[in-house]
Design a protein around this ligand. Structure first.
Ligand code: BTN
Length: 274
């Protein structure tokens, strides 16, 4: 399949191919979900890794569990499919891919922002927050019956705005436009994120011990009292951070507890009385 022409899509495809490790770009003007399209593309004969699925409009973006991902105009939604095994990431490292991708988004956004604007943090297990509100969601899926392909789906609120949205949403979500008052070039944001994903996944593959320290430094929940629904039970405690296994560590009445997966259902800051 040939790559789309930059003038036909809203992205500089030549630049993406030149500056990042992406080997192929698949473009859909409108698509239900870029993750679905990437999973489908993986079923073809000649799959080039990594390939990128891009769209200007996603109609049924998927989030974790049963969540949906709202994709208004101006937001950036894409999926990167990578031969993880071939990249040096055996299956036992895949549980850490979400945090590593989140760190990549944090670093990319930090590089695009200046000073105080850049209060970017990693909200375990797979969100990126800017100034305390959700900026980006990540959904990683294993390609069924493939030999080691992963689809990394990323939604970043770039030039869309939550200002006119109901308080409930506005207090929880933000975009680069809302946080800075500036509009961003989508290709700039995309290439910055892709370059960081290559760097950070390489660190994961080479067992770089500094990676866990970087998760820890950017952990949005550290020092706060959090409640996590693990699917089997709810755990509550003061968050001590994210450890080298990628687990959230809570200080509970029964001592420190590692949480490997779940949904954060409550967050209280010191002084909230919670
Ligand atoms: C979450 O916050 O629960 C994860 C949201 C992930 C959304 C992205 S948008 C691009 C890709 N395609 C999808 O259908 N989902 C991911």
């Amino acid at each position: 399949m040939s790559n789309p022409r930059s003038e036909d899509v809203g992205f500089d495809v030549d630049r993406i191919l030149r500056e990042t490790f992406v080997a192929e770009v698949v473009y859909h003007e409108t698509v239900d979900s870029t993750n679905n399209a990437a999973l489908e593309h993986c079923r073809g004969d000649k799959v080039r890794s990594p390939f990128l699925v891009l769209t200007s409009r996603q109609t049924s973006g998927r989030g974790r569990g049963k969540n949906l991902w709202w994709s208004p105009g101006g937001s950036l939604t894409f999926s990167l499919a990578i031969d993880a095994e071939g990249f040096g990431l055996p299956a036992e490292l895949w549980p850490k891919a979400s945090l590593t991708t989140g760190l990549s988004v944090c670093l990319a956004i930090e590089s695009l922002l200046a000073g105080d604007e850049s209060k970017v943090a990693l909200k375990w297990p797979n969100d990126v927050h800017l100034q305390g509100r959700k900026l980006c969601g990540i959904l990683i899926e294993v390609v069924p019956r493939s030999s080691g392909m992963l689809v990394i789906g990323i939604g970043v609120n770039v030039n869309n705005s939550f200002v006119e949205e109901p308080c409930e949403l506005k207090s929880k979500a933000t975009s680069l436009l809302d946080a800075t008052g500036r509009r961003f070039n989508q290709t700039d944001v995309l290439t910055a994120v892709l370059k960081e994903i290559e760097r950070q996944l390489s660190r994961l593959a080479s067992a770089d011990p500094g990676l866990a320290a970087d998760w820890q430094t950017r952990c949005a929940l550290r020092g706060r009292t959090v409640e996590v629904d693990t699917g089997k039970r709810r755990a509550t405690g003061i968050c001590l951070g994210i450890d080298e296994d990628g687990a959230l560590v809570l200080s509970t009445n029964n001592g420190p507890k590692q949480i490997f997966g779940g949904t954060v259902t409550g967050i209280w800051s010191p002084g909230d009385g919670g």
